[in-house]
Design a protein around this ligand. Sequence first.
Ligand SMILES: *[C@@H]1O[C@H](CO)[C@@H](O)[C@H](O)[C@H]1NC(C)=O
Ligand SMILES: *[C@@H]1O[C@H](CO)[C@@H](O)[C@H](O)[C@H]1NC(C)=O
Ligand SMILES: *[C@@H]1O[C@H](CO)[C@@H](O)[C@H](O)[C@H]1NC(C)=O
Ligand SMILES: *[C@@H]1O[C@H](CO)[C@@H](O)[C@H](O)[C@H]1NC(C)=O
Ligand SMILES: *[C@@H]1O[C@H](CO)[C@@H](O)[C@H](O)[C@H]1NC(C)=O
Ligand SMILES: *[C@@H]1O[C@H](CO)[C@@H](O)[C@H](O)[C@H]1NC(C)=O
Ligand SMILES: *[C@@H]1O[C@H](CO)[C@@H](O)[C@H](O)[C@H]1NC(C)=O
Length: 504
Amino acid sequence: IVEHFVTIQLFRLKKFNKWEVQVMNKQERSTITDLGKCNFRDVCSYFQQKSEERKARSKEEKQEEKKKNEALIEEFGFCDWDGHREKIGNFRLEPPGLFRGRGNHPKMGKLKKRIIPENITINCSKNSKIPKPPAGHKWKEVRHDNAVTWLVSWTENVQNQNKYIMLNPSSRVKGEKDWQKYEVARNLKSKVDRIREDYMRDLKSDEMMVRQRAVALYFIDKLALRAGNEKEDGESADTVGCCSLRCEHIKLHKHLDGKDFIVEFDFLGKDSIRYYNKVPVLKQVFKNLVLFTENKEGPDDLFDRLNTSTLNKYLNSLMDGLTAKVFRTYNASITLLNQLLELTDPDDENVASKILSYNRANRAVAVLCNHQRAAPKNFSEQMGRMNEKIEKKQRDIQDAKQETKSAKSDYKHNKSEAKRKAYEGKKKKVERLQEQLIKLEVQATDKEENKEIALGTSKLNYLDPRITVAWCKKYSVPIEKCYNKTQRDKFAWAIAMVDDTYVF
Ligand SMILES: *[C@@H]1O[C@H](CO)[C@@H](O)[C@H](O)[C@H]1NC(C)=O
Ligand SMILES: *[C@@H]1O[C@H](CO)[C@@H](O)[C@H](O)[C@H]1NC(C)=O
Ligand SMILES: *[C@@H]1O[C@H](CO)[C@@H](O)[C@H](O)[C@H]1NC(C)=O
Ligand SMILES: *[C@@H]1O[C@H](CO)[C@@H](O)[C@H](O)[C@H]1NC(C)=O
Ligand SMILES: *[C@@H]1O[C@H](CO)[C@@H](O)[C@H](O)[C@H]1NC(C)=O
Ligand SMILES: *[C@@H]1O[C@H](CO)[C@@H](O)[C@H](O)[C@H]1NC(C)=O
Ligand SMILES: *[C@@H]1O[C@H](CO)[C@@H](O)[C@H](O)[C@H]1NC(C)=O
């Protein structure tokens, strides 16, 4: 049973989803009928002991382990790709465990099985050295498909999704793909006026399908909604995107809070994140929505003449490579750029306030993309600690000011060089402390504003990194302040090629 308690995650799950039926044999099933009555103390202490043992390792043991790890990476962490040695991304498989999923995922608690060589498909060139499976095992398949970019694939058993081992984000192919993605988004910039004209006209089309398509496009453009949820959570999680919206997901208010034509959205989007928003829309859009919901019940499709694949086909006919995601990327990037222009004070030399401006711009994008998170568990403690630091700094400043005052009066009474120096020194100290205070206050503001917003997703997936890199160069902000190691690896291509005048 220990293998299935890979982490203590079980104790955090509220729902067990019948994993026990999958794992237990007949006799165990008849003995253990209610997990709530089980005592897991031994399992828990087993893991605590393991963790203590790990912490107590000697320096030599740690060194030894590090060496072994490096040897592993050397052996399995690289491949030969078009004559280049490239780093492989996630070449370690996850051990078996319990599936968590996001939100209240219906498959939460299901058992993720151990992956064995018989589950694995290998992709490599015909004439290459094909990796050997562990003794006594066989690969499921070895194929030579030069139209895909994965090296290894398998199907996981919880959601039946394909999983892949690919190259590291810093590799040439990945960098090129990333670059292409942002080039497509930049390309949209020159096409978007025409696309908007078209859907504005189509809002009044005689053909119902065209009208629905126009409203869906309007949502995708103005609200950065996703197109749909074709392959994401399978049929299990009840999450929707633009095309799969149902009548029950919107409420129409002709007037609300002093505004006209308000649509109130409330649905679960990707990863079961709730999308809730009240937005004023064009009168014609509102009229259409009234029309689309006429004679329908809550569970009926809002866009009954539309599906994700027809919408995506249409998008692609408007521009090569255009998808709903490109609208998100385009809007996210252009919003970041505009916000940076608006929020950066070129005269403010303070790096901390520059970062605050950057994070605020990034937050505007995250809000647009609906990248929320639950406030961290000990958020108020963390905030409390920061405020204590600020108060201490304020007291230090008061003290230092007092000292400056007496040093000044000393100097007044005795104009010696030593007294002058002492006075100057105290003044400097006050300035230094005040700078530190500003820095702390800025960090606290940043933290407070970031309470329920996740910046990582938009940074990694929607924001053209060249905007960030150029901004950093222009204002002499070290790139490490905006990107951590993972992000710097992924955006190596942008960090290498950009000067400080990038225009999205
Ligand atoms: C891996 O292969 C074995 C044997 O063919 C099979 O029983 C198991 O379900 C497979 N695992 C997954 C995750 O598909
Ligand atoms: C899959 O194999 C083909 C060669 O058969 C190769 O061109 C392609 O790049 C491979 N994909 C990877 C990730 O190696
Ligand atoms: C981006 O989205 C916002 C918010 O929905 C919208 O108001 C704005 O017009 C969009 N901007 C661009 C340039 O598409
Ligand atoms: C989407 O709609 C088109 C046209 O109505 C239809 O041919 C297609 O089968 C639909 N696709 C799906 C996945 O429902
Ligand atoms: C609380 O926050 C600190 C960071 O200040 C973090 O290291 C710690 O793991 C958090 N504790 C819990 C229980 O989340
Ligand atoms: C002024 O201060 C200096 C240095 O602290 C000291 O050596 C000197 O005696 C003082 N002069 C008077 C007049 O107090
Ligand atoms: C970098 O930030 C991302 C997103 O905020 C996070 O998921 C990742 O673990 C971080 N990586 C490192 C090396 O800190």
